[in-house]
Ligand binder design. Sequence first.
Ligand SMILES: Cc1cc2nc3c(=O)[nH]c(=O)nc-3n(C[C@H](O)[C@H](O)[C@H](O)COP(=O)(O)O)c2cc1C
Length: 193
Amino acid sequence: MYIKEEIKIDCLKAIKRRRSIRRYIDRDVTEELLKEVINAGRLAPSGGNMQPWEFIVVRERDKIKEVVETTFVGFDSKSGQKQSWLETASLLIVVCTDYKRTVARYGEMGRKIALMDTSAAIENMLLAATSLGLGSCWVSGFNQEELAKLLEIPGQIEPVAILPLGYFEGMTKSPSKFSLDEIIHYERYGNLK
Ligand SMILES: Cc1cc2nc3c(=O)[nH]c(=O)nc-3n(C[C@H](O)[C@H](O)[C@H](O)COP(=O)(O)O)c2cc1C
């Protein structure tokens, strides 16, 4: 797989530059770049190296519309409002967790571990997308059962995030983030500098 080195930016720059992108321009993402992003997810750490993730790529426009129908805005699953902006993306990656191996090894605690593993894979993918000049956004506002049914995902596997992928123009302003001084505790909780 060949990606031009000069279009990549380094890891810390990507961490600082990454934003949730919710509007994309009409330009396709190549299979090569898609695979590079998913490969970054595949390389994430996982408890016991169980690698509970699987990925469903949705490119067909009609299918993307059907995926959007399973979404909702904010935490109100009953609002009827959909995350229609997802339709502007070149493609969607539905990130799934298969709990089977992790639960077999760690029991019920394995469910939490598998979700942490999958979150690590998702963040790797968001950073890889940024590094390649692409935009994405971690989307979890959707009805899991409806999405699983639509994509014919078997019972023990759960869709946990939708990652749109696409090119974008301009840059959204960074939302405010707590400063380091507000979140680092030294030696004991509550001892802030
Ligand atoms: C677990 C999780 C779920 C999220 N779900 C959604 C979502 O459903 N829709 C959306 O537009 N953004 C979603 N986001 C993106 C957040 O709104 C965003 O990360 C946050 O506002 C900070 O902005 P930034 O990503 O640009 O730093 C989600 C982020 C996380 C980590």
